[in-house]
Design a protein around this ligand. Structure first.
Ligand SMILES: *[C@@H]1O[C@H](CO)[C@@H](O)[C@H](O)[C@H]1NC(C)=O
Ligand SMILES: *[C@@H]1O[C@H](CO)[C@@H](O)[C@H](O)[C@H]1NC(C)=O
Ligand SMILES: *[C@@H]1O[C@H](CO)[C@@H](O)[C@H](O)[C@H]1NC(C)=O
Ligand SMILES: *[C@@H]1O[C@H](CO)[C@@H](O)[C@H](O)[C@H]1NC(C)=O
Ligand SMILES: *[C@@H]1O[C@H](CO)[C@@H](O)[C@H](O)[C@H]1NC(C)=O
Ligand SMILES: *[C@@H]1O[C@H](CO)[C@@H](O)[C@H](O)[C@H]1NC(C)=O
Length: 821
């Protein structure tokens, strides 16, 4: 999601996006909102807004020239990535900000981050964030990730800079940031990592190796944990032992008046001002460990483990845990190093914000993926660590295919915070679950209303997006345990209940309307019958009916759920395809009006709403023309996927390029949200869209309720593509795609659902370790399990054509019957 202008409260992107909409559609509103904004942000920021504003006006022209220019405006890397390894992003200096007058400082916005889903930090920043720790008033939209001063912001200094060679490298395969400093005298290697197995630990190791130098070698160390900030009420630091420090904090401002005041407990190794390699020593290693948790005993235990194993197993267990993650699912492209690096970086950054899959002890509840990842999200920056539809619509689909247990963790967050979603629906006179546009600790609505009131109130499609993610999870796994014992069925049923209660009956048409919504296109904030919203609502009701059958729901409930489909779902008004054979975005959408981002084109993918190729193509053409060229990255991934469906490869390739090239910042492949300036970083939403273009676009995968389609094409400038560990119904599959062949190798077969693959007229049973080779082209995988078609999968799509056909046949038949009499 590229959400909103709303979303970015990061200074630049919030201003840009926010302003854009208003200018275009409602000048009055603009004035009003600016005044509001003025009230809330300081005058300096306001001036910047105006500055930006005048620049942006030009961009409203969506003529070819602007478009071509914007495409060419790839920001050349200031600091290039010099490594030839697909998994190492390396440079000889760090990104800086500033100028010659004021001097240069480290640009932490473009620095690599490390994380394990429990904690995360931007390397060499003074801040650590922990999953689920938020401070600030949610009602005012100020709940944000609480900043914890980092004891691991440690820098080492050589005794002499003479002839020093420095290297900085993020190794995404190992999940480690390396800094090495080499002179004739000495080599210093510093490793920083968020432990992937002992997830409470953040580790800094410093390894000093003697070169030609003799005598004592002193390596200076500096630390800078920054200020305490205002997010916690901190106790003073204590020293449980000579070699440990401890601090306790409680959240300063809770999200709601009644929500839990979370605590944080932190143990760490104090860092001396220098370490000395004595003349008798050739090598020395030291480790500085921080252990953080919301529970004191857990933090203390992990800290002890860290200290005990610092010299032995600590590093190897971390590497082994990341190895397992990559073995469980990854994508390789041959012949295009840059693309491979960007794929690896995108997966790394998303995965390092998600829970570790195999870890020590008990994991804490996961609190969702935010557009800036776990390493970002402080007050009024990077969407404050909130979860939007970005989570389910953008980051989730590739994770589902490669790591379904993580997809379940993502859904578990929504289930965990469903209480307030029931209340929200009720407060508005509806039923079931209505999820907030922005969600943090408790699940109450935390969208800053002063920044975008309509997003907060009207962007209701998120409830359908979450339901659709649940549908995809069930389609990929048939996880009945999740449905029955982990509230999965409740999530599916109650989101559908919301949708059956939300529409209003339109007497004139005899159909239901969903009025007063903001569609994904945030340039339009109060429209009726947004086609995306209505379709996602219909899919939610259809799938609830299907799931009722899957879980063997009692007749009465099953009947009730089915009535939602027959009474409301099937009678939902969908703005008709126009004479020009395209879908209007909403009732009364004037063709040619500027839109912010992918909206209608999402019907084709991800929603897989059936329509003719002609309509699909027209939708792509009509909306490509009017999509703000400075719109967010994910938009172009969706056009890429659309054009690939229609086999328009050169258009797809251009869109693919647009989906990442200008957003990826060297050397560490940090993604920015905005075209110009940064917007939110590290924009994992864009990475999610990009990975979907790789997997669902070039891979051609489509996850249907009862089968998995594929139709692979090689990504631009590649010789082959391999997808390792794609999971389907409990089996793990490797795909090797070459110019004219696809090889499918089952590396582990899920016992419950035997699989068969069909290509053309041939079908093969998939067996473990027996690769199947097919000519490159469309194929379909499904289970051969007898009872699997017990429930009728819902049919989705523009029914008009079919219905018309059916009516004609009926007519013909009647005529024949009459004639025969
Ligand atoms: C923009 O690019 C397209 C092809 O990518 C080209 O046909 C068109 O002439 C270009 N327009 C301008 C104004 O440069
Ligand atoms: C350097 O940055 C400062 C602060 O942003 C600004 O006031 C100054 O004009 C800049 N100088 C140059 C030469 O760009
Ligand atoms: C707690 O938050 C309030 C309101 O934001 C702030 O004024 C106060 O300084 C904070 N307390 C601490 C200890 O930071
Ligand atoms: C949406 O529908 C409501 C109820 O019929 C109507 O009052 C309103 O004017 C409509 N809004 C638009 C933008 O058409
Ligand atoms: C297929 O998978 C098996 C493991 O199940 C592995 O041993 C074999 O090497 C793989 N074959 C190919 C061609 O990748
Ligand atoms: C509801 O699901 C049942 C069981 O799969 C199916 O037979 C029925 O046709 C569905 N009803 C509708 C309205 O789709």
């Amino acid at each position: 999601m590229p959400n909103l202008y709303v979303q970015s409260y990061s200074e630049e992107s919030y201003k840009q996006q926010f302003l854009q909409t208003r200018m275009r559609t409602r000048r009055l509103y603009l004035a009003l909102c600016l005044t509001l904004v003025l009230l809330f942000i300081n005058v300096a920021a306001y001036q910047t807004i105006l500055g930006n504003n005048s620049k942006r006006t030009k961009l409203f022209a969506t003529n070819d020239q602007t478009r071509n220019k914007s495409r060419r405006r790839r920001q050349d890397a200031d600091v290039p990535d010099i490594s030839n390894s697909p998994t190492i992003f390396e440079s000889d200096r760090l990104p800086v900000t500033g100028n010659s007058t004021i001097g240069y400082t480290l640009n932490t916005r473009l620095m690599a981050s490390i994380g394990n889903g429990h904690l995360a930090t931007t390397v060499y920043s003074d801040t650590i964030f922990v999953n689920g720790l938020y401070s600030g008033d949610g009602f005012k939209g100020r709940s944000h990730r609480a900043t914890i001063p980092s004891q691991n912001n440690i820098r080492a200094m050589l005794p002499s800079e003479e002839g020093a060679v420095r290297r900085f490298a993020l190794d995404v395969e190992r999940g480690v940031f390396f800094e090495t400093m080499t002179t004739d005298q000495v080599t210093v290697e510093q490793r920083t990592y968020a432990h992937q197995f002992y997830t409470r630990l953040l580790v800094t190791e410093i390894h000093v190796t003697r070169g030609q130098g003799t005598g004592d070698i002193v390596i200076g160390l500096t630390t800078n944990p920054g200020s305490d900030g205002q997010d916690f009420l901190w106790d003073s630091i204590s020293s449980p032992s000579v070699a440990s420090r401890y601090r306790h904090g409680t959240i300063n401002v809770t999200e709601t008046a009644t929500s839990t005041r979370s605590e944080v407990h932190m143990y760490w190794t104090p860092v001396p001002s220098s370490i000395t390699l004595a003349s008798s020593e050739s090598q020395k290693s030291v480790s500085y460990i921080a252990s953080i948790d919301t529970d004191q005993a857990t933090a203390r235990e992990s800290f002890e483990i860290g200290r005990q194993f610092a010299r032995s197993d600590l590093y190897p267990t971390h590497l082994a845990a990341w190895r397992k993650v990559w073995d469980a699912g990854r994508i390789e492209v041959e012949g295009n190093l840059n693309l491979q690096k960007i794929i690896n970086g995108a997966l790394y950054y998303i995965l390092s914000s998600l829970p570790a899959q195999e870890h020590y002890g008990t994991a804490n509840q996961f609190y969702g993926l935010s557009p800036g990842g776990l390493a970002n999200g402080k007050l009024l920056q990077d969407y404050q660590g909130h979860s939007f539809w970005d989570t389910e619509t953008w980051m989730y689909p590739p994770i589902l295919m490669l790591h379904p247990t993580l997809a379940k963790d993502i859904l578990s967050y929504r289930i965990h915070v469903r209480g307030p979603a029931y209340d929200r629906a009720q407060q508005n006179g509806h039923q079931g679950l209505r999820f907030p546009w922005e969600s943090a600790f408790t699940g109450v609505e935390v969208t800053p209303g002063d920044i975008c009131w309509e997003c907060r109130e009207n962007q209701q499609h998120i409830t359908g997006d979450i339901a659709f993610a649940a549908r995809q999870y069930v389609s990929a796994t048939r996880d009945l345990g999740w449905l029955q014992d982990e509230n999965g069925w409740e999530l599916i049923r109650e989101t559908a209940r919301f949708w059956k209660s939300r529409p209003t009956f339109n007497r004139k048409r005899g159909l239901y309307d969903i009025n007063g919504v903001m569609p994904p296109d945030e340039f339009h904030h109060t429209v009726n019958n947004s086609i995306y919203t209505n379709v996602v609502a219909k899919l939610s009701m259809d799938f609830a009916n299907y799931t009722a059958c899957l879980v063997g729901e009692a007749e009465e409930t099953a009947g009730e759920v089915e009535s939602w489909v027959t009474d409301v779902g099937d009678r939902l008004y969908l703005p008709e395809i126009t004479d020009e054979k395209y879908h209007p975005e909403f009732e009364g959408y004037p063709k040619g009006e500027l839109i912010k981002q992918a909206d209608v084109i999402l019907l084709g993918y991800p929603l897989m709403w059936k329509m003719s190729d002609e309509v699909r193509k027209n939708d792509l053409n009509v909306y490509e023309e009017v999509t703000d060229p400075t719109g967010p990255a994910m938009t172009w991934s969706m056009f890429c996927i659309g054009w690939l469906e229609l086999q328009e490869y050169s258009k797809a390739s251009q869109m693919f390029q647009d989906s990442y090239s200008i957003y990826v910042k060297e050397p560490f492949k940090i993604w920015t949200e905005a075209h110009q300036g940064l917007g939110a970083v590290n924009f994992i939403t864009g990475m999610g869209g990009f990975l979907q273009a790789v997997l669902f676009g070039y891979g051609g995968f489509r996850l249907h309720v009862d089968h998995l389609d594929l139709n692979p094409v090689l990504p631009p400038d590649t010789d082959s593509m391999k997808i390792y560990g794609l999971d389907y119904l409990g089996s793990s599959l490797d795909f090797t795609i070459s110019r004219d062949q696809v090889t499918i190798n089952v590396t582990s077969l899920g016992g419950d659902y035997p699989l068969e693959i069909k290509a053309g007229d041939t079908s093969y049973t998939l067996q473990e370790g027996v690769p199947v080779q097919l000519p490159r082209g469309p194929a379909s995988i499904a289970t051969t399990r007898q009872d699997s078609n017990r429930c009728t999968p819902p049919v989705v799509g523009d029914g008009t054509a079919d219905r018309l056909k059916a009516t004609l046949w009926m007519l013909l038949l009647s005529v024949l019957l009459i004639a025969m009499q």
